[in-house]
Structures are given as structure tokens and as C-alpha cells.
Design a protein around this ligand. Sequence first.
Ligand SMILES: *Cc1c(COP(=O)(O)O)cnc(C)c1O
Length: 428
Amino acid sequence: MTAEHVAAIDRAHLWHPYSPSPASMAALPIARASGVHLHTMDGRQLIDGMSSWWAACHGHGHPLLVAAAHEQIDAMSHVMFGGLTHEPAAALAAKLVELTDDALTRVFLSDSGSISVEVAIKMALQYQRGAGHPERSRLLTWRSGYHGDTFAAMSVCDPDGGMHALWSGTLAEQVFAPPPPVRGSSAEIRDAYLADFEALVGPDVAAVIIEPVVQGAGGMRFHDAGLVAGVRRICDRHGVLMIADEIATGFGRTGELFVTSSVGVTPDILCVGKALTGGFMTLAATLTTAAVAGAIATPAGGGALMHGPTFMGNPLACAVALASLDLVGTGYWRESVPRIEGGLCDGLASLADLPHVADVRVLGAIGVVELREDCDMAAATEAALAAGVWLRPFGRLVYCMPPFISTTDQVARICRGLRAAVTACGKA
Ligand SMILES: *Cc1c(COP(=O)(O)O)cnc(C)c1O
């Protein structure tokens, strides 16, 4: 097919994320992806400044992941997980247990981040029933979060950004605290925040769910790790479970393997996804403790964890995830993420002086420019493309998450693309 043919069929028949049909902005046809690059069907080479939404952390088509996929697909691409098991799932579970906190020993494999959050919520509710607290049936979270697009996950997304008004009467009504104070807030502000947060833990709260340190699609906001430790203490005081959604932050993005373990916090339930397969295919996991699993296994807890996707434990995805975690295990990103962080700081700092820019912030391999008003998405995307960079701004945010393999020059180019996008928004 030609690029025009692909674009025409796409426009006539395909839905894209958060878009009407037909879409208001044409999607860009991509032929191949390798390393940090996307190759368009019309022959352009672009740097994937988004790591394809946090996932392609080692770049695209990493030879070790490609080899793992080839080897696995020749043996077995998929078998049902009900009653059957296999080495890729077993080895991946062992690896996840090894990489995460010692207390997290039970692994539920699912097909996407949203589903891993659904499973986390089921685990928490079934746990509370098993622990003799069926009245604990709601979730507490802070605003400006994002946990996915399925209904239970949506119910804990930021109520405004998640368009709860559209779903009122349909979505479970959860308990919302204000957004966490931004990184660098004083100890007084943090303590006051945590006191208010604790006051929201009513007798009907089963669990707290948060994205620790980095809130992703709900606003790309950063907060201090002290708040995460504070939430852990609050959960302990009230017999409430702590769910850490590290789907975006897990596997090195912030410069730490997981932000929770790096600050000595063990969640009761941990969700991982996105970079789990290095961006190769879809897979997520929900990890929990023996205590949570034990309560679920009691008659009051339901006796069994009531979830079981058709493609649970998909061997192909597990084999690739295992190869990706081997790469994570080499620790190469412990050098490259701080280097990328430095490059983003250097390359983006000057934008803070622009009148239409509200804030510039960098943490690990995440660079965010927050505008005062919504960006002109088409103009911003075009400007970045002209600089050879693929970015996907939304709302007031123009941001990037470079692949960990990005060279210093490539990070500088991503910053040029981002500056061009931000400048284009200023002209609109
Ligand atoms: C992307 C994301 C999800 C949802 O994952 P999907 O694979 O898109 O379903 C959930 N939580 C966080 C923090 C995310 O960044």
C-alpha cells in the first residue's frame, strides 16, 4: 500500500486514542521503527521522543527482544492459562518477584495496564471482604491521577481530566483528595496535606491508589517521595491497602528501578506495564503479598481471584518481557537516564522565560513543558516534525520521554523539537 492508501483507509474506518471518527487530525503512516527512530511511509526518519508512550524504553526493535520473540514464536505463541502453565510465564514471574520488594510474591499477568489496575482493585476489595471488612468498598486517591480507561480504572482517574461528568451515574464514586503538593514543597505543606488526606480515610475505604512521584497522563505532575511514604503510614494506621501504579514509572524511567522501593516503601499491590516488554507488545502485571492472596483465598474473600483474561500469561509477550528485564537487569539505564535528565534540563530550561509557558520540569528521562493555555496540537506536532521529532502534546502539556538508548545528540534534537512545538503554540 502507499502512504495515501493507508491514510485513506485509516480515516474511513479506524478509531485512534481519544479521537472522533473520522479523526480531526490525520494520523501519520509509519513503515518501520528501529532504535530511537520511526520511519514514515513517505520516507522521513523521526526520533520517537515519546518512547511510544513510555513503552519502548530500550528503543524499537532491540535485537535481543527480536531474538527472544523469534525463538518463542517457533515453539509456542499462545496457549490458554487456565490449567496450563509454561516456562515464559514462570521465568517472568520469578524475575518480577526478584526485581520488586521481597514481600511481593504473587503475580497476576494481564494484557494491559488498565486491566492490571482492574485486577488490583478486585484484589483490594476481595482482600477486605476476606479480612472481615465488606463495608470497605471504595478507593481513595488524589486528583490529577491517571490509571487507565476501563471503568474501574476511570473511576480513580482525575475527575475533571477523566471526564467524570460524562459518566456520572455510571462510574463508581470514589473518594478524592486534592492533587499532591508539587515536588520541592515545604515539609509544613506536605504534613498539612497528609493530615487532610488521612481525614478522608472513612470506614468505607478499602484501599488508596496512587501513581508514586510522577503522575502521568493526568497532568504530568511530580511530587516528593516523602508523600508516598506518608501515604504508606496512613494506610498502615487504618488497615487500608496501598496500591502503587508504577505502570509509567517502573523499570528505570525516573532513574530508579521502581520509585516505591527506592524510597523504602512496599505497596500491598503493585501494577506494572508499559515498559514491561520494552514496548514490543502488550503485557502488564499486578503483584501482591501472601497476606492479600491469603485473605482472597478464604470463603469470605471469594475463594479465588475472580479474573482470567483469554490471553493471560501469553508466552510470546512473557518471553519478550523476560528479555527486556534482562536488559533492565544490566543496569545500563542507571548511567543513561541521569545523562538524559541533564540533557533535558539544558535543552528545555530557556523555555521557562517564554510568557506563554507556566512551568518547565524534568525528572529522570521525563521532560515536561506546561503552557498557560491549551496548545494548538496540530501546529505543535507539525513544528516538532519539521525538526525531525515525534511528539504528542495534549492539553497544556508538551512533553517527552526519550528512549534510554538516546545519545546526547539525540536528546538535544528532541529538545529542539520540543522548543519548536512550544514556540509554535506561542504564535497561535
Ligand atoms: C498508561 C497507564 C495506565 C493504563 O495502561 P494501558 O496499558 O494504556 O491500559 C495506567 N496507569 C498509568 C500510570 C499509566 O501511565
